[in-house]
Design a protein around this ligand. Sequence first.
Ligand code: NAP
Length: 338
Amino acid sequence: MSTRIGVIGAGMIGQDHIRRLTAVISGAHVVAIADADASRAIEIAAGIPGCRVVDASELVDDPEVDAVVVTSWGATHAEFVLAAIAAQKPVFCEKPLATTLADCERIIAAETALGRRLVQVGFMRRYDRQFRLLRTAVASGELGVPLLLHCAHRMGSVPAGYTTEQVVNDAIVHEIDTARWILDEEIVGVRVLPTRHNPSAPLSLTDPCLVVLSSESGVSIDVEASAHGAYGYDIRAEVVGQHGTSELVTERGPRIRASGRASRAIAEDWRERFVEAYDTELQEWVDQLGAGSSAHGPNSWDGLAATAVTDAIHRALTSGEEERIALPPRPDLYGALS
Ligand code: NAP
């Protein structure tokens, strides 16, 4: 039986997920859409047979909605996720889980009290084939003990007005989650290193932003986030281990030999780079709903840990010092880290 999904927030990623749920993946269909801009919701719902426009405050409790997708602004996520937990409905929430640690803790407390995991957070890199291969290489033990993780998040270009807060909360947050997931341990410290300013960037933007995270076992994870990467959207990661290294292969398509050089394409933006990962992410979530099991993907604890680290990066940007991260005890409900 197809799962009936209600979507809150029909902006950029919301529309992309609605398209995905409607036309790409199997086992689900969108029955309700809510958006702050009702005319936008009406226009999108009109293209989906049987889909209604509902007020966001009523969507979660709508008896015809089996599960909820939250793709509204980050600051609104906690309210909708808490409502879904109260209604005992599975909820897929785009990152961030919540914009404050206190709200993340409220969500963890509600889920823990219920005794069931209902929340999945949209850290889609865990569904990317290349990232999965990298994690498997580390887990296999072939590299020996992981020592370093080098990451680059080069965005090609960003909209006018893009801020350092967005570099941290929207870009580096993905490296935070993948580092925790690949290394299977928490981040406990954060430093921001000084860099030469990119002349293509406005002075108000920290670009490039160079962050060094430290894991519980002492692995150093350096993250270069460049908002004006210039040549394309390029996500890089390399694990250096005791016996060897493993890295993502990020170039796409066939190798072309022409004009005296051999080359392969680099994605233009994040939608192109991670299109299969987003598809797999929602397909696996829907498959789990269909099977009646709890979501296996990134959970509320992963959302809390990511927010704790982004908060620490903001502190480090101001202090210039290493900022330590003290997480609350992880409830048994969330099991092992990954
Ligand atoms: P967006 O284009 O601004 O879309 C957000 C939508 O939510 C807008 O249509 C907005 O309406 C609506 N909205 C805001 N508050 C609402 C409320 N209380 N009730 C109902 N609708 C509400 O933003 P976006 O780029 O799609 O991002 C949405 C979320 O997805 C963010 O948390 C972002 O971080 C996340 N995201 C994740 C990824 C990823 O790689 N995993 C990629 C992109 C975005 P109005 O504009 O009319 O106010």
